[in-house]
Structure formats: C-alpha cells, structure tokens
Design a binder for this molecule. Structure first.
Ligand code: NAD
Ligand code: UDP
Length: 316
C-alpha cells in the first residue's frame, strides 16, 4: 500500500514509518516539524519507498503529494505533550479539527483507509476505572487541557461522520501514555523528564503528592496495535495501552533505581486538571485485534534510558 502519514516526523509517527516500511509499504510523511524532527527519519533517507514533505496539514494539500494511488492515510499529526499543547493551544485545536478534516477528505477522495491517533485524554479525569471505550469521559471543556482533549474528541466525531456519510473505512485508536526512544528530551512528559533528571543526578520533579496513576506502554507494542487496528474492520474507538498501572511517585522511585541515580525526589505543584488515574481496559483490543503489550516496563525503560544517556551529559 502507499500510505500517507501525517505527523510522521514525531516520536510515534517515526516508529510507525519504520514498521510500515518493514511490512513492504510505501510511505509519504507530511509534517510541519512543530514538535517533530527530521532527525527521527534521517536513517530512512529519501527513496522510492519513503518520502518526507514539510507541510502543515491544516493548510490546503493541492499539489503537495506527488501523483499515484493513495491506499491509506494515518493522521498522527498533533502536539501531544502537555507542555507542547499548552504552548500551542490554537495550533492543537486546528490540527485536530481542520487538519483531521483535510486528512479525511484526502482519504475520501483517494478511496483510502483512514486511521486517527486519538487519546486517553478523551476520558478526561475519569470516573470509570479502568477506562473502557464505552465510557464517554469527564473532560473540562474550558480548562487548559481542553485544547488537546476537545480537539481529539472533535477528531473522533469528524472521523465517524466521514464513515457514516461517505463510507470511508476509518479506525480510531485511543492511545494511552506511550514512551520509548525518539521522545524529545525536553517535551515535559514524565518519562523523558524523569530520565533526564535521573541521568543528570538532579532531583526528580514529582507533581502533587505523586499519588496520581498512569500506565506506560512501550512504543513497539503501541505501533503493533496501531498496525493491527489499521488492518481491522473495527470502526469504533479502540484503547491501545499497557494496563500495568502505577503511581507517579512509585514510577520516580523505579527510574532512580533503574538508572542507579543519586537523585532525590522533590515535589512541585500539580498542574490544573491533571487526571487522577489512568489505566486502559484493553479487552476490546485483545478480542478483536489479538493484541496485548509484550514489553515489560523495566525492559522498555532500559532501552529508553540508553537512548537518552547518549543525549544527556553525565553528572559532574
Ligand atoms: P510528537 O509531538 O512527537 O509528534 C507529533 C508530530 O505531529 C510532530 O512531528 C509534529 O511536528 C507534527 N505536527 C503537529 N502539528 C502538525 C501540523 N499542523 N501539520 C503537520 N504536522 C504536524 O507526538 P507523539 O507522542 O508522537 O504523538 C503522535 C500522535 O499520537 C498524536 O496524534 C498524539 O495526540 C497521539 N498520542 C500520543 C500519546 C503518547 O503517549 N505519545 C498518547 C496519546 C495520543
Ligand atoms: N509529571 C510529574 N513530573 C514531571 C512531569 C509529569 O510528576 O516532571 C506527572 C504529571 O503531573 C502526570 C503524569 O506525570 O500526572 C504524566 O504526565 P505526562 O505529561 O507524561 O502525560 P499526561 O498523562 O499527563 O498527558
């Protein structure tokens, strides 16, 4: 298949490109490099099978993609870390709304399949635990995180509307916290933040009392889930994530132990609307995709720490 990947220069997008190419597909990336980097794709060069086009998907596409059939559109473009989307709230709303519409239009016009990478943020600060796809969520529509949460909820609604109205073959992935090499060291997300601090021997900044929970999925597991979902006939959202849940305080302690760091833990204020708990119910993905994560947290963190070790100066 010839597949267009928006956001392919980002963390998950670049891993997805590797996977698509290894399955024999041809890939064209559209990315405006807002939070991604061509460094993530440098190993792929520019070949018949792979092409990078610098483009903002909220703008018209006319003439941007060289001719030829388009069989799939993976819409992964969006700032994803709280630091990034709080710095770019309007761009984030635009890419989830106008950007999603443009990518869906491309899929419709090309008779291509379409997948959008939505998020566990659709559940907001959830009252149902673990989160199951049929839960409609508890999102503050006017809080600081709403630019991301509502943009993704809109993207899901637009995707279903294109499926129902135009019969586009769509998929919606609700991704839970994912980590691995190629995350940006300074994007503020907890995995790069804690690893950076631990490797520098600086204090790990736990927000609030650290009792909030998250569940971390290694990127190769996530990409495998996305690939299976893209090939499936499921039209409604599917959770993809690792259900191994832990408190952020425990996670900080684990990072210190894993990196054998002398770092201490310090407390910082809890950001507004930070979800109290998050754990995916992945029964649906298990049932319909035969998917579940296989990489243990310690194993994935080791690989990720090695990646960051090369980027972080050792403590003096
Ligand atoms: P990332 O920031 O590393 O990648 C996003 C990419 O989108 C970047 O390369 C960025 O430059 C590009 N982009 C942003 N706006 C664009 C625009 N208007 N036009 C073209 N390109 C644009 O983030 P990521 O962690 O790789 O996330 C990828 C996708 O997965 C996002 O849609 C995100 O919402 C979703 N997701 C990620 C996680 C996670 O834990 N990493 C969790 C839930 C959902
Ligand atoms: N967090 C933290 N210290 C940091 C960065 C994040 O304690 O330096 C917490 C944050 O408050 C949240 C969790 O870690 O409860 C996960 O944050 P992240 O930004 O990675 O993603 P989120 O799940 O909030 O989108």
């Amino acid at each position: 298949m010839r597949i267009i990947v928006s956001g392919g220069a980002g963390f998950i997008g670049s891993h997805m490109c590797d996977r698509l190419l290894s399955e024999g597909h041809t890939v064209v990336v559209l990315d405006n490099l807002l939070t991604g980097s061509t460094e993530n794709l440098a190993h792929l060069g520019s070949t018949k099978a792979f092409q990078f086009i610098e483009h903002d998907v909220t703008l018209p596409l006319e003439g941007k993609i060289p001719g030829g059939p388009i069989d799939g559109v993976l819409h992964m473009a969006s700032a994803a870390s709280p630091k990034d989307y709080l710095e770019h709230p309007i761009e984030t709303l635009d890419v989830g709304s106008v950007g999603t519409r443009n990518m869906l239009e491309l899929a419709r016009a090309s008779k291509a399949r379409f997948l959008v990478t939505s998020t566990s943020e659709c559940y907001g600060d959830p009252h149902v635990h673990p989160q199951v796809e049929t839960y409609w969520g508890n999102v503050n529509p006017v809080g600081p995180r709403s630019c991301y949460d509502e943009s993704k909820r809109f993207a899901e609604a637009m995707t279903m509307a294109y499926h129902r109205t135009h019969g586009v073959r769509t998929n919606i992935a609700r991704i839970f916290n994912t980590y691995g090499p190629k995350m940006q060291l300074n994007d503020g997300r907890v995995v790069p933040a804690f690893l950076d601090q631990a490797l520098r021997g600086e204090p790990l900044t736990v927000f609030g009392d650290g009792s909030q929970t998250r569940s971390f999925c290694y990127v190769s597991d996530l990409v495998d889930g996305l690939y299976r979902l893209m090939m499936s006939d499921e039209r409604y959202p599917v959770n993809l994530g690792n259900p191994a849940e832990m408190t952020i305080l425990h996670f900080a302690e684990q990072i210190i132990a894993l990196t054998k760091s002398p770092s201490q833990i310090v407390r910082r204020p809890l950001p507004e609307d930070d979800p109290r708990q998050r754990k995916p119910d992945i029964s649906k993905a298990k049932r319909i995709l035969g998917w579940e994560p296989v990489v243990a947290l310690e194993q994935g963190l080791k690989v990720t720490a090695e990646y960051f070790r090369k980027k972080v100066p050792a403590p003096t």
